[in-house]
Design a protein around this ligand. Structure first.
Ligand code: NAD
Length: 360
């Protein structure tokens, strides 16, 4: 593996630059620990790019991303740009074209409740248990959302279609992720009703033979929606097609409580040992309501950096180090405002970043 990596850093708008600054401090420590040399190129994206270059995703930014091994993304958008035509607004004009350009077909969203944070979840503490960590792997570029759409005066239809290759490539990512975690994969379908989903189950089952160390189960999507709130701890990795994954990943992320805690990754390939190109970003947005106040939670951005090491550099052990450092700081009682509970110590964005750096 090459010891030099190139990363595009796109901080964006609102709290993006604030939380990115903390992730970059952590980056520096991780480079020292791993011996990697990482060249970081900074580029404008979203609202700031509209202000500086006239569009949300300038050519120069796209070129920076093309030359990189991965993209570390903050967040984009804010009230200043909301009056622009929808296609030119930061999120639609930057993030969606970026996903399309790099064919980021796999969306990975862990729903994590760290030890001591069960109180932030809307679920009862006894359901969350000591801690919770469920990863939803969602297919992002196929299925019902991208199938043929037709409409007449008195009817409309959307076509759900998946090819074997599309199912296999997303399933590989889910199996490989499970292998790096609890070695359990639950594939979601609706094989009792939809032909596409009968095929999905067949293909995933067949592929499972290549991963004998991962326990594969199948669950209908309606049951999965129920089980996620009844007993989320039964899950390790959940694999779902586009629409089911859209719904289930939102449901799973609500279990965690604050958006400020949730990282995500969108990948263009299975990571293997060498890693894969991907975009790594917090699940939340630019949080204009708290931007500029130094109170945003940087943990989602820092965990997104951990996922970058895991998936883009093929270093899952680094994700674990970052995760454990975050857990240590939380166990010491430090909290940003969004996760503050009685008896804990309030810290700002910078202090939280410094504490995590120290813990690593
Ligand atoms: P949001 O995620 O920005 O904020 C929702 C709530 O969560 C707010 O109360 C916010 O303060 C809180 N929050 C989010 N991240 C936090 C953090 N790190 N620490 C503490 N609190 C945090 O969603 P929104 O308000 O619906 O959207 C605001 C802007 O962000 C909009 O312009 C929207 O288009 C954009 N957006 C961007 C992305 C992205 O860049 N990927 C995603 C979603 C929304």
């Amino acid at each position: 593996m090459s010891n030099t990596k190139n990363i595009a850093v796109l901080a964006g708008d609102g709290i993006g630059p604030e939380v990115m600054a903390e992730a970059l401090k952590v980056f520096e420590v991780l480079e020292k620990k791993t011996g990697l040399t990482v060249n970081k190129t900074f580029a404008d994206i979203g609202g700031i790019a509209i202000d500086n270059h006239g569009k949300a995703l300038p050519e120069s930014t796209l070129k920076t991303c093309e030359a990189a091994d991965a993209i570390l993304f903050g967040s984009v958008g804010g009230p200043k740009w909301e009056k622009l035509p929808p296609a030119e607004q930061p999120e639609r004009g930057a993030l969606l074209p970026l996903r399309k350009h790099f064919n980021l077909y796999a969306n990975l969203r862990p729903a994590i409740v760290f030890r001591g944070l069960a109180g932030a979840s809307p679920l009862k503490a006894e359901i969350i248990g000591d801690e919770l960590n469920v990863l939803v792997v969602r297919e992002l570029t196929g299925g019902l959302y991208f199938g043929k759409k037709e409409r007449g005066d008195d009817w409309a239809s959307d076509n759900m279609i998946y090819t074997r290759a599309e199912i296999e490539r997303i399933a590989h990512i889910a199996f490989q992720s499970a292998r790096q975690r609890g070695k359990k994969l639950c594939s979601i379908d609706k094989a009792n009703v939809l032909t596409t989903m009968v095929f999905w189950r067949e293909v995933v089952t067949e592929l499972g033979k290549q991963y004998p160390d991962v326990t594969l189960t199948h669950m209908y999507v309606d049951n999965a929606a129920m089980q996620l709130v009844r007993n989320p701890r039964q899950f390790d990795v959940i694999l779902a097609e586009n629409m089911f994954g859209d719904i289930l990943s939102d449901e799973a992320s609500m279990i965690a409580g604050s958006l400020g805690m949730l990282p995500s990754a969108s990948l263009a390939g299975a990571p293997g040992k060498e890693g894969a190109f991907g975009l790594f970003e917090p699940s939340g947005g630019s949080a204009p309501d708290i931007a500029g106040q130094g109170i945003a939670n940087p943990i989602a951005q820092i965990l997104s950096l951990g996922m970058l090491f895991q998936y883009a550099f093929g270093m899952p052990e680094v994700y674990t180090q970052v995760h454990n450092a975050v857990q240590k700081v939380l166990s010491q009682g430090y909290r940003t405002r969004d996760i503050l509970t009685e008896g804990t110590t309030l810290v700002g964005t910078k202090q939280m970043g410094d504490l995590i750096v120290k813990a690593i």
